[in-house]
Design a protein around this ligand. Sequence first.
Ligand code: GUN
Length: 283
Amino acid sequence: MTARIIDGNALSAEVRGQLATRAAALAAKGITPCLAVILVGEDPASAVYVRNKVAACEKAGMRSLRDVYAPDVDPAVVFARIAELNADPTVHGILVQLPLPRHFDSEAVLEAISPEKDVDGFHAENVGALMQGNPRFIPCTPYGVMKMLESANVPLKGAEVVIVGRSNIVGKPMAMLLLAQSCTVTICHSQSKDLAFHTRRADILVAAVGRAKMITGDMIKPGATVIDVGINRTPEGKLCGDVDFETAKEVAGAITPVPGGVGPMTITMLLANTLEAAERTQK
Ligand code: GUN
């Protein structure tokens, strides 16, 4: 059996079409949704992500601002810029690309963003709201994964879910969202004993560790839905996920590819959150 492919590019195009209609309705009222992105340092992957986010805004008819700072910038400069963006009524979303250089207190930076403009959903207030089952902004990658599961008609109620990775960006919010849909959720991490024992039980397996091809076909339950959040490079420089696609697709029932899976949905949900933030200023 070869798994059904859950196509993130196709779903992105569909969702972005819906967003464009909503953006046009706002534009008719004289409001253009605007996302401000802050990048500190020269990490090449972060630079690519930020470029893609800004380009997606422009394509969707949204405004974007991009501030790029040297890796040794005084954090006070970045805090001052966040305060300025918080106070600017024409800016609806603010995103600080992570990771930040080591001399930054990342948590303090995320807390400095106004919770109403925190389109990443990383501010403690928004994390708490998600945990209480009343989210203001859903973190973009897990939000995209939920849309993919929905579009692929994957049954959630009572499903055994195993998430590999416990990050604040993906693993933890992903667990909250799936728990809210009545899944039974297990989170595995680098200290988990016998990872394959857990992954083989999963009806839905979410891989979000950042290690190329670490989930192989023999670790997957036949017919399971496999969601690959990883974006890695092989030694030959080819893009690949955390899942070994070639062996996994022979066992899984449905699978997201890399590239063209979760990645485009993450950016799409960032646009959705920015639009939502702009719409809320009207309420
Ligand atoms: N770094 C990796 N993923 C993300 C993300 O979703 N948001 C931000 N701000 N930084 C990231």
